[in-house]
Design a protein. Structure first.
Length: 107
C-alpha cells in the first residue's frame, strides 16, 4: 500500500515531521503597471494602500529597481486567521467601490 505524505519534505525523506503543519494566510489587492497617480487609486477605492512603489525604486541599496509601479492593499488581520476571513475582509473594504475604477475610463 502506498503511503501518503503531508509534506514534500516527508515525501523526500520517507517520514513526515511530527510537528503540526503551520499555515499563514493573507489576501491582497495589487495593481501593477504604469500608474500615473497612486493617489487617484486610493481616492477611487476609498482605501489607503498598505504598500506602494514606483518603477525604479529599490527595496534595498543592493536590490535591483522595480520594473513597474505598484499599489497594494491588505487588510490588517493576523496571518493565523483562516483564509476566508482575509478574503471577506478585503472584499468588505472594497465592495462598495467596485464600480468606481471601471467608470474612470469614460472620464
Amino acid at each position: 500500500m502506498k503511503k501518503d505524505f503531508r509534506t514534500i519534505r516527508g515525501l523526500l525523506s520517507g517520514t513526515d515531521p511530527d510537528e503540526e503543519i503551520y499555515f499563514a494566510h493573507s489576501a491582497t489587492l495589487r495593481i501593477f503597471g504604469e500608474i500615473s497617480s497612486l493617489e487617484e487609486i486610493s481616492a477611487r477605492l476609498g482605501v489607503q494602500p498598505t504598500s506602494t512603489h514606483r518603477k525604479g525604486d529599490k527595496k534595498g541599496p543592493r536590490s535591483p529597481g522595480y520594473l513597474h509601479d505598484m499599489w497594494s492593499y491588505s487588510p490588517m488581520l493576523d496571518k493565523s486567521e483562516p483564509l476566508g476571513k482575509h478574503i471577506d475582509a478585503l472584499w468588505g473594504k472594497l465592495k462598495t467601490r467596485k464600480g468606481s475604477c471601471l467608470n474612470s475610463r469614460s472620464r
